[in-house]
Structures are given as structure tokens and as C-alpha cells.
Design a protein around this ligand. Structure first.
Ligand code: GRF
Length: 209
């Protein structure tokens, strides 16, 4: 059974969706860089062990990442799931977990990498918006996309309504992608990502139009 660690910094609603999904893999631990993250409460309620590794206590990014890396090794983790983890990871850490680390980003990548995605979508006047689950690579928000949740931006949408509508989609697609990995439906190879045994050309889209 695949052993999963979830890295969080905040509320952890995506962590909750993963817990509630009864995955074929096992969430063996949750790491937070913030001691006050509500995600830690969610983990404890579900009987999942937690580790708080505060980035502020380390002299630089590499030192912080080394401690996280060791914790993941101690838990014998196969898959690292970033779920609202608000730290940029060092190239060394990303390399060590290449093909074994996922992120969810609140936009239809490659559009709107980085922060404030909902506001930027509204500013541009896009008709479609959503979220993307992707493998993590050294370049921010640029790894192979595995799934997208797509919604239609309504005339009355503002940042808050968009954020909550996108969140609903996140809670559908993230557990789905993690389950695909647990069951071998998605496989990472050096030659590229396989979906149902075939080269994956583009992310699978889930639409809520
Ligand atoms: C989500 O919007 C996700 O896209 C982003 O961080 C947020 C995490 O929310 N990466 P939560 O902590 O899972 O509720």
C-alpha cells in the first residue's frame, strides 16, 4: 500500500477531502510548517501522526527542507502531497522527490502561475477558471498537469465566491488523482507520465459549467 504524507500550512480542507476519500493508499503523516495550522487538528482527529517543522527555526531553506526530507524518510513515504503548503521548496528537495510529489494550484495551468489567481482571472475577464493537480518540478507550478477542475466564471463572481467555488473542485480532483497514483492508473516514468498505460498528453478535465 502506498504511504502518503500531506504537507500543509493552513486550514487543510484538501487534507480533509483526502482523509474522507478512503484512499487505497494510507496517509501516514502530516507535516506543517505552522504550529497553528487547523490542518493539524484535522489530522489528529483522523488519528494521523503529525510533525510541526517551523521554517523560522532554520537558517535557510535547505536546512528546513533537509529536516522535512528526513521526516519523510522516517515515515517511509512513497508520495508527498502538497495541500496548501505555503513554502517554496529547494531544488535539492524537489529533485529528491521527483515523480513522487504533487501540488494543487488554484488556476488552469499554465495560466496564472503564482499568487492571487482569482483576482487575476477577474481582472482579465476570463470565462473559464479552475484548479490543477500537477507533479512538482523545480520550476514553480510548471510540472506535468494530471487533472483540472474547470468552472465558468459568473458575472456576479468576486474573489471570495471564485475561491470557494474552486475549492469545491479541488476537493474532487485531488483525491481522484491521488487514488489514480495509489492504484497505478497514473504512473510516473523518466520518459513521461502514463495514464491507463498510455502517454498522458494533457490533464483529465472535470467540468462544472
Ligand atoms: C488551496 O486553494 C490550494 O489550491 C492552494 O492552497 C489552498 C489550500 O487550501 N494551493 P486548504 O488548506 O486545503 O483548505
Amino acid at each position: 500500500m502506498i504511504k502518503i504524507a500531506v504537507l500543509v500550512s493552513g486550514s487543510g480542507s484538501n487534507l480533509q477531502a483526502l482523509i474522507d476519500a478512503n484512499l487505497s493508499g494510507q496517509i501516514v503523516g502530516v507535516i506543517s510548517n505552522k504550529p497553528e495550522a487547523y490542518a493539524l487538528e484535522r489530522a489528529k482527529k483522523a488519528g494521523i501522526q503529525t510533525a510541526v517543522i517551523e521554517h523560522k527555526q532554520y537558517p535557510n531553506r535547505e536546512a528546513f527542507d533537509d529536516v522535512m526530507h528526513q521526516q519523510l524518510l522516517d515515515w517511509d513515504v512513497d508520495l508527498v502531497v502538497l495541500a496548501g503548503f505555503m513554502r517554496i521548496l529547494s531544488a535539492k528537495f524537489v529533485k529528491a522527490w521527483e515523480g513522487k510529489m504533487l501540488n494543487i494550484h488554484p488556476s488552469l495551468l499554465p495560466n496564472y502561475k503564482g499568487m492571487h489567481t482569482h483576482q487575476r482571472v477577474l481582472n482579465t475577464g476570463d470565462v473559464l477558471h479552475g484548479c490543477t493537480v500537477h507533479y512538482v518540478t523545480a520550476e514553480l507550478d510548471a510540472g506535468q498537469a494530471l487533472a483540472q477542475g474547470v468552472l465558468k466564471v459568473n458575472l456576479h463572481d468576486d474573489v471570495n465566491s471564485l475561491a470557494s467555488r474552486v475549492h469545491v473542485l479541488e476537493h474532487v480532483i485531488y483525491p481522484q488523482v491521488v487514488e489514480w497514483i495509489c492504484t497505478g492508473t497514473v504512473q510516473y516514468t523518466k520518459q513521461g507520465v502514463l495514464y491507463r498505460g498510455q502517454a498522458m498528453q494533457k490533464p483529465v478535465q472535470f467540468c462544472k459549467l
